[in-house]
Design a protein around this ligand. Structure first.
Ligand SMILES: O=CC(=O)O
Length: 333
């Protein structure tokens, strides 16, 4: 019997995707109505998914089967040895629990560099220029507010601080260099391949970086270490009237502290693609005209989805054929 793989989410690029596993594995599709308990039951002996060795999952299935947290991982049968996450950020998978159970986890590194960096750029432009508020006003039947130009700013000559210079942060740096904006960054370590015009600030000099920045754009993965990394203290170190952009994960910023800083004018605007408790976000966000809001579409382009899907499937293929996928996440290497 060929090894069995279960797709917890549908494949958008189905023909191309299924071809990756053709002749290598039996591919089963999880019924979209299945909930967490039914999923576990189906994987057990006698269940429809009995003997499955690898799982393919995307954030969409979270609503039904929930996160791949310690509870879910501990209930998976021992046959399951690989989880291929169709995405870049894999915070919904408890990698420590997977390690304890001998389960490998792969993601799709680099697949969203372009797509998420351009999302951050859009939010940055819209927040600095007040475009989102202007559009809302127009749609409400009002022409432009003659005073709004005084609060709108060009990007050219302004300073952007990037928190986390991975692939997405680096691509954003390249994009804003076209204006040019001045680019500062903080990362756990200085990035060897960063262009020389990206100015590095270590942890000790983080406050100096913030004090010079008109915009802070966040590009760190969500882990226990980065939870609320953009906190009240960090926000208050930014220049008065600064802007924060978040396309990483909602949990890496303190939303309460950001709302307070928007209310008292310390921040002039924010651009957010990610939130705490998605998709049930805090409804107070809707009342801030200077908050540019997107429903976590930072990775939503045809190109990015195709790349992420094929990457996850290739990892499953490699796992079935060789015992290991090439994009094993850093914590398991
Ligand atoms: O946010 C999307 C991802 O990390 O893949």
């Amino acid at each position: 019997m060929p090894p069995r793989i279960v797709l917890c989410d549908p494949i958008v690029y189905e023909d191309e995707g299924k071809a990756v596993l053709e002749g290598v594995a039996e591919v089963l599709q999880l019924d979209p109505s299945v909930d967490r308990d039914e999923f576990i039951r189906a994987l057990r002996p006698g269940g429809r998914l009995e003997g499955v060795v690898g799982l393919y999952e995307r954030n969409q299935s979270t609503g039904r089967i929930g996160h791949f947290d310690r509870d879910l991982i501990s209930r998976l049968p021992r046959s399951v040895k690989w989880i291929a996450h169709v995405g870049v950020g894999y915070d919904k998978v408890d990698v420590a629990a997977c390690k304890e159970h001998g389960i490998g986890v792969s993601n799709a590194p680099g697949a969203l560099d372009e797509t998420t960096a351009t999302t951050a750029l859009f939010l940055l432009i819209s927040a600095l220029r007040g475009f989102s508020a202007a559009e809302q006003s127009l749609r409400a039947g009002n022409w432009k507010n003659p005073h709004s130009a005084a609060n709108a700013h060009d990007l050219t000559g302004r300073t952007l601080a990037i928190l986390g210079l991975g692939g997405i942060g680096l691509r954003l740096a390249e994009l804003v260099h076209a204006f040019p904006m001045r680019v500062l960054y903080h990362n756990r370590r200085k990035v060897a391949n960063a262009p020389e015009w990206c100015e590095y600030y270590d942890k000790e000099h983080l406050d100096d970086m913030l004090a010079q920045s008109d915009v802070l754009s966040v590009h760190v993965p969500f882990t226990e270490e980065t939870r609320n990394i953009v906190d009240e203290r960090m926000i208050r170190k930014l220049k008065k009237g600064a802007v924060i952009i978040n396309t990483a994960r909602g949990q890496v910023v303190d939303e309460e502290a950001i709302m307070q800083a928007l209310k008292d004018g310390h921040l002039s605007a924010v651009g957010l693609d990610v939130f705490h408790n998605e998709p049930n976000i805090d409804p107070r966000w809707y009342r801030f005209p200077n908050a540019v809001l997107l429903p976590h579409v930072g990775g939503s382009t045809a190109e990015a989805v195709r790349t992420m899907e094929l990457c996850a499937l290739q990892n499953l293929r490699d796992f079935v054929l060789t015992g290991k996928g090439r994009d094993l996440v850093a914590e398991l290497r």
